[in-house]
Design a protein around this ligand. Structure first.
Ligand code: C2O
Ligand code: CU
Length: 471
């Protein structure tokens, strides 16, 4: 789907409503004020859905959120009612959004799960424009594997100049020989102690090799999200000119040219600008190369363009979001986070639920990883900071596995990893085995914020802690 086309259709649909506003003689400031007071209401239904992926077998049963995208306006209060029509309790986390803590959707920490048949309303005002996602945060390893997520776009107030705006949501499903999700293998301890659950079916926007329509010679914004449980994806953009303009929703101060290939950990997002060559036509593949076989994720469907010049200026940067300035600030709070455990990690014991346990006893409790010697959420936070204080956490990956570390409710900058340019904001960061990096951020909304690995099986098996922000 082309988001630009959707926006156009939406505006066309609301043309009648905007007319009376103009007639009533509201000044621009008046209109802005009226818009400010408005609430954007949305309804999300957690429900079973089906995908027609295989012609030889019946549709595949999934769980979904009743739509394929959630679009919100920046700075306008949102009220999102979530109805649960699933047989299991659930919750919705707004990954990357800086929301009040009680709206964060972390079941068991910031709210009770939403029971089947009941609903829950989330209220927050999107502070930052960009590419985010909403996903279940209850039994996440199962609910994410079933597809319980939704890309979330917060639109910039001034539209960014591109010809097309496409979404590329990558997912990695495990299906069995009857074309259904392989649910029996959920919870496999072998996978939880290794790289997490890997699938055998790649989809883009929940479809098999969809076509993204673009004109030859056009410029496209490409919003990429890795929604897989654990697979780190690598996209090959086939020699296309491309620039990163945002990471995890936050604009880069200067667009960064890519070398045509992009590695994306689970839950990370990249917004790219891609120039389609003027001499392209027909179908052009976008490859995903994380496994031994090169897979085709999607195709560009290139249609003739109307005399666009082949030579373009480099893209401009997106307008910055109101993220706090960190430059020149000394940390007020510091902590160290030592990641241990997993296969070949040699972890002998760890504390789980206030009890020291041997590796074997941990395994009985489905725990295999630890942060600072504690498997899963400790009673006390990793650190406590006052809202507004500068926080620095040194994260040491003392395991044989890569991890994608995610902090709720905040964006941070990192140093120590040369995979990312300095100064880029993240809410999720990929760490290779034995890598060490430091994240810095300003403590935001008061409350309890999770810090966990987004290889969701690792989170379930122990890689989770939390920080406390006080008023
Ligand atoms: Cu994307 Cu704790 O989550
Ligand atoms: Cu991990």
């Amino acid at each position: 789907m082309d988001l630009k086309r959707r926006a156009f259709l939406r505006l066309a649909g609301t043309g009648i409503c905007t007319l009376p506003l103009t007639i009533s003689g509201l000044t621009q400031a008046g209109q802005a004020a009226a818009k400010k007071q408005a609430v954007q209401q949305r309804l999300i239904t957690l429900e079973p859905e089906q995908a027609e992926w295989f012609s030889q077998s019946p549709p595949t049963d999934l769980w979904g959120m009743g739509q394929d995208i959630l679009e919100l306006e920046q700075h306008v209060p949102a009220e999102i009612t979530v109805r649960n029509r699933l047989p299991d309790p659930s919750s919705v986390h707004w990954h990357g959004m800086r929301v009040p803590n009680n709206m964060d959707g972390a079941s068991g920490l910031t709210q009770q799960a939403i029971e089947p048949g009941s609903s829950h309303t989330y209220r927050f005002t999107p502070r930052d424009a960009g590419t985010y996602w909403a996903h279940s945060h209850h039994n996440t390893y199962e609910q994410l594997a079933r597809g319980l997520y939704l890309p979330l776009i917060v639109e910039e107030s001034t539209p960014y100049p591109v010809d097309h705006d496409h979404l590329l949501v990558l997912d990695d499903w495990r299906v069995n020989s009857t074309g259904q999700l392989d649910l029996e293998s959920l919870g496999s301890m072998h996978e939880w102690t290794h790289g997490g659950r890997m699938g055998n079916l790649l989809t883009v926007n929940r479809e098999i090799t969809p076509r993204l329509q673009v004109e030859a010679g056009s410029r496209t914004r490409l919003r990429i999200l890795n929604a897989a449980n654990s697979r780190i994806m690598t996209l090959e953009l086939n020699g296309l000119q491309s620039w990163i303009i945002a990471k995890d929703g936050q604009p880069l101060t200067k667009p960064l040219k890519t070398n045509g290939s992009l590695t994306i950990a689970p839950a990370e997002r990249y917004d790219l600008i891609v120039d389609i060559p003027a001499d392209w036509q027909g179908e052009q593949p976008i490859y995903e190369t994380s496994s031994k076989t090169q897979l085709t994720g999607a195709f560009w469907q290139v249609i003739p363009g109307n005399e666009r010049s082949a030579v373009r200026q480099d893209p401009q940067s997106l307008p910055a979001n109101p993220v706090p300035v960190l430059q020149g600030k000394q940390p007020d709070q510091q902590a160290q986070l030592l990641m241990t455990g997993g296969a070949m990690g040699g972890m002998r014991s760890a504390v789980y639920r206030n009890t020291r346990m041997s590796a074997q006893k941990l395994s009985v409790n489905k725990q295999a990883w630890a942060f600072n010697g504690v498997a899963n959420l400790p009673d006390t936070p990793l650190l406590s900071a006052r809202s507004g204080e500068t926080v620095e956490i040194e994260i040491i990956n003392d395991t044989r596995w890569p991890h994608g570390m995610h902090l709720h409710g905040h964006h941070f900058q990192q140093h120590g990893s040369d995979r990312y340019e300095a100064g880029i904001w993240h809410d999720t960061v990929l760490m290779e085995k034995n890598e060490k990096l430091t994240i810095r951020f300003q403590a935001g909304e008061p409350g309890k914020w999770l810090l966990h690995c987004h290889m969701i099986e690792h989170q379930a098996a122990g890689m989770a802690t939390w920080i406390e922000v006080t008023a």
